[in-house]
Design a protein around this ligand. Structure first.
Ligand code: ADP
Length: 278
């Protein structure tokens, strides 16, 4: 598409969103049978699948770290994910995205628990529509949890940008192509930033506002990630046992104990009676 004259008309973006709106987001945890953990994510026009394998033994062995698990992250755009077929295989962009995405997640993974092992994260972009790196991180975070990898918390990510001199949340493809700035961030629920990149120019004030907008977006995405995990595991995890009031519990325990003692005594008597008869 050629550059539209305006990207914001009467306060609305070309896809109908307001400046602070995210695109529709849908997570599904545990979609691949053979991976240890996985997640499918639709994030606007992006369609992404993340798979996690591990912790498993590292090959080749010289890559092993005796004190912790190594984390590997491979971001890959399928040739059919963009309008013009993309040349398959890694390129500078995918190598950079793999590196920063790995770093954004590595810091929440309890790597020390699995020395000499590897945790492999694969992210496949099936359909790209701007914001694929943040979509990949969101899906990978859920896939790691689905794989049961011990983590301090989930990581959530989204981008903010500037188009027509206005800050907007979650750039779409045209906004990404023709906008003035793009600021993808990832963060933990407690607000620690684990990824912060920027294309283009923002003033210091704009940067602060943009960061706050992105953080608000991440907080919302975090709720959706948790929801996806609850949907998969909620009904499988047994609900917390209905705890009886403490006094009652103690009484019941005492009662059971007394019954056991009585039973034991009866058995003893029976056995002794039996021996006497013999
Ligand atoms: P992100 O997808 O994280 O926003 P970029 O800003 O590098 O990363 O890319 C923006 C968008 O540009 C991508 O989501 C994708 O839609 C498109 N794009 C990226 N690389 C290519 C490519 N090699 N061919 C066609 N489109 C691409």
């Amino acid at each position: 598409m050629s550059k539209p004259e305006k990207l914001i008309i009467d306060g609305k973006r070309l896809d109908g969103r307001g400046a602070q709106d995210l695109r529709p987001i849908k997570f599904k945890a545990g979609v691949l049978k053979r991976a240890d953990g996985s997640c499918y994510l639709e994030f606007g026009g992006n369609k992404v699948i993340a798979a996690v394998y591990g912790p498993r033994e590292v090959h080749p062995r010289h890559l092993q770290d005796a004190s912790r698990a190594i984390v590997r992250y491979r971001y890959n755009m399928a040739p059919f994910s963009v309008e013009e077929r993309k040349r398959p295989g890694p390129d500078r962009r995918s190598i950079e995205i793999s590196k920063v995405s790995r770093e954004s997640l590595e810091c929440v993974i309890l790597q020390e628990m699995y020395p000499r092992s590897a945790i492999d994260i694969f992210v496949e972009i099936l359909q790209a529509d701007a914001g694929t790196r943040v979509a990949g991180i969101n899906a990978a975070s859920v896939a790691l949890a689905d794989a049961g990898i011990p983590m301090k918390c989930l990581v959530s990510a989204c981008a903010v940008g500037k188009v027509d001199d206005t800050l907007v949340l979650d750039l779409n493809k045209d906004e990404d192509n023709y906008g003035q700035a793009d600021l993808p961030i990832a963060m933990t629920p407690s607000g620690d930033i684990t990824l912060c990149q920027m294309d283009g120019h923002l003033t210091e004030d704009e940067f602060r506002t943009a960061l706050e907008m992105a953080m608000e977006g991440c907080r919302y995405i975090h709720q959706l990630q948790k929801q996806a995990l609850i949907e998969k595991y909620g009904q499988m995890v047994s609900p917390p046992a209905q705890e009886a009031p403490a006094a009652e519990t103690a009484e019941v325990k005492e009662e059971i104990f007394k019954e056991d003692v009585e039973e034991f005594k009866e058995q003893e008597q029976q056995e002794q009676g039996g021996e006497a008869n013999e």
